[in-house]
Design a protein around this ligand. Sequence first.
Ligand code: ARG
Length: 462
Amino acid sequence: MTHAEKSWEKRLTGEPDELAVEFVESLSVDRRLYKYDIAGSIAHAEMLAEQKLITRDELKQIKEALYRIGAEIGEGRFEFEKKYEDIHMAIEAALVDMIGDAGRKLHAGRSRNDQVATDLRLWMRDEIEILQARITLLQKAFVRLAGKYPDEVMPGYTHLQRAQPVVIACYLLSFVEQLERDFIRLKNCGRLLNISPLGSGAIAGSALPLDRKGAAGRLGFSDISYNSIDAVGDRDFCAEFVFDCALTGAHLSRLAEDWIIYSSNEFGFVRIDDSYCTSSSMMPQKRNPDMLELIRAKTGRVYGSLVAMLTVLKGQPSGYNRDLQEDKVHIFAAADTVDACLDMARAIVSHTKFDTRRISGGLDDGFLDATALAEYLVGKGVPFRSAHSIVGSLVADCERGGKRLGELGLDELRAGCEAIEADVYEVLGAANAPGRYVTEGAAGPKQAKEQIAYWDKQLGQR
Ligand code: ARG
């Protein structure tokens, strides 16, 4: 179908340059907003009818035509013509084509400036729910995996050097915490953005008696914006949304980095399922963790979107500027990338196994029990700083002699500190340490079980 001419450009002379048509269009990107554009138009039309600015019959015609257009787009039967620039004009042109003057009445009191701001907020509200659902599924996968290793000990690392022993469950639950903050951040973002700019018009509102609150209520907004100049130029929510996506990306990227390292021959802590590995075209033995590497790399894209989004906003004069059309590229890209990464991460986490034999076999390398020994001395009345240097010297001795702390005789230990007694051997050995952690949130088996129960309940309600 060919639609009406561009009636809103009568002021311009001649045809636009082909180059300009291609350059200015956003239809190829913003067509994915069509459902929200139609929902916004229906709410606006209903409000216009309520305010007697259009008749009931005109409203009926508008709604029927918009539903038809929505169905045509949904079924891929709608012909998108770039000359209409964006989804708003493409739909409006089709509407006028179908119902004539009733269609021409729809845009009363409205501008594409408040229209697109409304569409974006509606889209983002839904997208946030989708991402939150993905986050929850990944959290559940982590909790399930943690449930398999509540007592199994692994080295905890700082600076990627062996630090203190932790139970595997607590290591896994550390990601659930990060993802929980991502979930809450998105929720907050959704709350803040849920106000209606509709009725702000191009920049100054309207002299028509629009019922802004009525239209906002129909669209499920919790309030309306109270400054039309701000409302049409505000994309804070876009920057915030992309930041939230970027931080989720950072968390996923850190997980990816851990497991790329942990799945190496040198570590051998985890086995990434074959379904999430690729092999090499040349080296037949290879099992490469490509999906994790791609999660790590795709996070870079989201960071790119964040910088791009912030840069679009920077230096714009007040009100609406066409610069803002570029927001969509970045919010869509960020959402799509993080959505895909969350889903991939969920699949990988659901199929990963920890090689507890291999991990515990190497647990006594690297003096993971040194801090436990220092805390044992504190329990015997030795000041912590003195205990720290005593154990430091013992570790240095051990290193020279090729021994572990637990392999030193009581005499050797007592040569380091008189306060050491025979019960010291209950404390030595990395596998023993986590069971002795008593602080809340510590990485021990007791805390792991409490946290698993907590998350089971918490996530079960979502
Ligand atoms: N396609 C535009 C955008 O995405 C819609 C608003 C255009 N408004 C205007 N006055 N040119 O931002």
